[in-house]
Structure formats: structure tokens, C-alpha cells
Design a protein. Structure first.
Lengths: 185, 262
């Protein structure tokens, strides 16, 4: 008897879960009203984006550890394992609005006057040296900023493929290489 | 209109001034006022005034049905324009939809004036929006959430405003709430829900690139700036964001419509 009740309950639950949520369907229809490309990007929110949207950038403390761990797991590394690449190519990625677009928020080369103030200045970033922990932190922060600060403004350029792992290593070099304009005096 | 050499020089000087002063981080509102004064002194008439006049002409033009736009109801009754734009967007019983200024003009031109949708140029809609909005200068924003359709759009607009999506991981609130006052380009991010009352800044003429925009264009450009596909003109997501923004700016007094902004 008990087993039968369980079976019926299980069936009902399955039926309930298999139905498309009417609210979700309405939302999808509304978004498609704005064009399919717009709807596609809006509906393709990943788990991290959905959480940051839901909590309006202020993630509850108990969710932070798992959030950071999941973001860290998204980081990919160059095949040759070298996290410090070529600063000259890094400069190209740094300035390219379609890739790094870093000047939108950060100061960098002191000669560049058109920079945003959303993020901290990166001029002289190389004073931290090129020890393994500094290189690794810099690499991971650039590749996926949310692995360190949940819902920070800095977008996850590596995760979204705006630059490759190799290009991320080049960006690291642009920040850390003593010969880079970021560090030249 | 052919520009005289001194006028060209004046315009170029304006450009240089606009650029130079932007670098110094002056208050953008004060700067816009100064630019407006300069432009007025140089050319004797403001671009906003020209577009309003053009909109007035279009408003009084007879459509295929023989009717002018004075036969349309913009929310306060047939032909009543005084303060009408300050109460939009709102739900309209005749269409069964929530409409903002842009979409209500479209409704007027198609349903009342008899134009076909594809005959209507965007620039005409914007000009008429400039004219109708000009009748709300000095009025208070009064947007209500009376009908379920209005409440539903407000909820969607709020959701979109705080959504973080796309390859740049950002959304409206990221800059316009969390990073207010900081800047990515030349201008600091406006506090659109708070003290800047950005809803009252559009429709506007942008002197930095000589464009006439309604809030619909402004919202689409915001998405463009974050490399995110923009919602189509007159579409539900734009309307939803507008209902949210307008409602949150309720009580704000329209300093001048159409506005004059960078």
C-alpha cells in the first residue's frame, strides 16, 4: 500500500516537473519580442550570471565558497603550461576593444590618456615581480575575475573566449614584463 | 544650408572645446548647458527647436485617411498633448497594450492616419516624439501601475535592468547602480534610478555626435556599448525597461523636453 502511494506521488511529481513553467514560457515569449538574438543571449545566462542577477551582485556569504570554486573550475590554461607569454602581443589584446578592451576600465601605459576609471590603475603593475604565485594569480584573475570576486564588474574574458589561454598569458606578460610600457619609467 | 567659413570654424572650435573640457572631468550637466549656449550664439536656433518644428509639421500633416495626428489620443484625450508625454508609458484600452511615446505615435499613424507600417520612417517618429514631448516641459513624471499589463512589464523591466548576461557579463545595473560616478568612456555613469533622474533626459539632442534620440535609442545604444544584442525598436523588452525607469523616476520634474545632452 505504502509503495503504491509512493509510486503515485512519484508519477505526479514527474508530471509536474515535466511541464514547461508558464512563467518561464511567458518570459521567453517577451524576450523574443525584442528579437531572437537578444533573447538568445538573455536566455543563455550561465549559473554565475543568473546568481549575480538574482542577488543583484551581492551574493549571500554562504553561497560564496561554492561560487568561487565553480568559477575557478572554468579556468583553462595554455597547452605548454606557460602563464607568462609575449608582452608585445599582450599589448594588442589589451587595447583591442573586441578582446581585452582593458582601457575601458583601467589605466595602463602612462602615455595612453583615454582610459576608464571603473577598475584600479594598472600602471606599474609589474612592481609585484614575476614569482609563480603572482603570475598565477594574475593569469587566473584575467581569465576569470569571478573566481576571486563574485559578480565583480570585470568580465570573464577567458571564460567567454574573448581571448584564448595563450592570449591571457600574453596579457600577463604585458602587465608583469619589466620591458612593457605598463612598467617602463 | 551652406555654412560660412566662420560658422565652420565655430563648429570646429565647439568640437575641440567639447573634447578638451570632457578630459577635465567637469560636471556633464553644466557642460551641456554651456555647449547649448554656445550653439545658440553661433547659429541662432537650437537643433532641438528645429526638430520640434519638423515634428509639429508632421503632426499636422494629413495621412491617407485624411486625418492629422490631432485625432489621436496620447493618453489624456483626443489631441491633448499638454503633459501627455510625462504620463507615458501607459496601458491603452483601444490597443490593449502598454505603449510609450514612440509606439503610441506608430499606433496613431497606422490605426488613425492610415499609413502602412513600412511607410513610416523612424526619423519621423522621433521628430513627432520631440514635438509631443516639448509639451511636457515643466511637468512631473506620473506613471502608474494600474493595469496588470503595466505591472507585468514593470516586473520584466526590473528583471532586465538587473540581469547580467552576454560575453561581457554586465547589465544596466552594473554601471548605473553599482558603479555610479565612475566612467568607462568620457562621461561618468548616471545614477539613472536616483539623483540623475535619467528618464527626464530623453528624448534629447546629443551635441557630441549630432543625433536625435528617444529613450528607445538610448537603451539600444547602452546594449551596443556592452557588445550585447539590442532589443528591437518598439519591442516589449524596451518597453519593459522604460516602464521600470519611468516609474522609478516618478515625481521628477521634466526640466526641458527635448533635452540637450552630450
Amino acid at each position: 500500500m505504502k509503495r503504491r502511494t509512493l509510486l503515485v506521488m512519484g508519477l505526479l511529481l514527474g508530471l509536474g516537473l515535466s511541464q514547461v513553467n508558464p512563467f518561464r514560457a511567458r518570459l521567453e515569449a517577451a524576450l523574443h519580442g525584442g528579437g531572437h538574438e537578444f533573447a538568445r543571449v538573455m536566455l543563455a545566462q550561465d549559473k554565475g550570471q543568473a546568481l549575480c542577477s538574482q542577488y543583484r551582485d551581492r551574493l549571500p556569504p554562504d553561497l560564496v565558497p561554492q561560487f568561487l570554486a565553480e568559477q575557478k573550475a572554468l579556468i583553462k590554461y595554455p597547452k605548454d603550461g606557460k602563464l607568462l607569454g609575449d608582452w608585445k602581443n599582450g599589448e594588442k589584446v589589451f587595447t583591442d576593444p573586441k578582446r581585452g578592451n582593458c582601457y575601458a576600465c583601467h589605466a595602463g601605459d602612462p602615455k595612453e590618456v583615454a582610459f576608464g576609471t571603473m577598475g584600479p590603475s594598472l600602471t606599474g603593475y609589474g612592481q609585484r615581480g614575476t614569482s609563480e604565485p603572482v603570475v598565477r594569480y594574475t593569469y587566473e584573475k584575467i581569465y576569470n575575475a569571478w573566481a576571486f570576486v563574485p559578480c565583480s564588474l570585470m568580465y570573464r574574458g577567458g571564460v567567454h573566449g574573448l581571448f584564448t589561454p595563450e592570449e591571457t598569458a600574453d596579457l600577463v606578460a604585458y602587465l608583469l614584463d619589466p620591458a612593457s610600457p605598463i612598467n617602463r619609467r | 544650408m551652406r555654412l560660412k567659413a566662420w560658422q565652420v570654424a565655430g563648429l570646429m572650435a565647439l568640437w575641440v572645446l567639447a573634447f578638451a573640457s570632457a578630459q577635465e572631468g567637469v560636471d556633464p550637466r553644466e557642460e551641456a548647458k554651456r555647449q547649448k549656449q554656445l550653439l545658440l550664439e553661433t547659429s541662432g536656433i537650437l537643433p532641438t527647436e528645429l526638430v520640434v518644428e519638423q515634428g509639429k509639421e508632421l503632426f499636422q500633416r494629413k495621412g491617407p485617411s485624411g486625418k492629422t495626428m490631432a485625432e489621436c489620443d496620447f493618453g489624456l484625450g483626443k489631441g491633448v498633448l499638454e503633459g501627455a508625454a510625462a504620463r507615458l508609458p501607459r496601458y491603452f484600452l483601444d490597443t490593449g497594450r502598454v505603449e510609450d511615446l514612440d509606439s503610441r505615435i506608430l499606433t496613431c499613424m497606422t490605426r488613425v492616419q492610415g499609413y502602412k507600417r513600412e511607410q513610416i520612417r523612424r526619423s519621423e517618429v522621433v521628430a513627432v516624439a520631440f514635438y509631443i514631448a516639448s509639451k511636457s516641459t515643466g511637468k512631473k513624471i506620473q506613471v502608474r501601475l494600474l493595469f496588470p499589463q503595466e505591472r507585468e512589464l514593470y516586473a520584466l523591466g526590473e528583471k532586465l535592468f538587473y540581469a547580467r548576461s552576454g560575453a561581457r557579463d554586465v547589465g544596466c545595473a552594473t554601471c548605473h547602480v553599482t558603479y555610479v560616478g565612475k566612467r568607462a568612456g568620457v562621461l561618468p555613469y548616471a545614477d539613472v534610478l536616483g539623483k540623475d533622474q535619467s528618464w527626464t533626459h530623453w528624448p534629447a539632442y546629443r551635441y557630441s555626435n549630432d543625433q536625435i534620440w528617444t529613450m528607445q535609442d538610448r537603451i539600444r545604444a547602452c546594449y551596443g556599448n556592452i557588445a550585447h544584442p539590442a532589443p528591437d525598436l518598439y519591442s516589449l523588452p524596451i518597453l519593459a525597461l522604460e516602464v521600470f525607469l519611468a516609474y522609478r523616476n516618478n515625481g521628477a520634474v521634466v526640466e526641458e523636453w527635448p533635452a540637450f545632452v552630450r
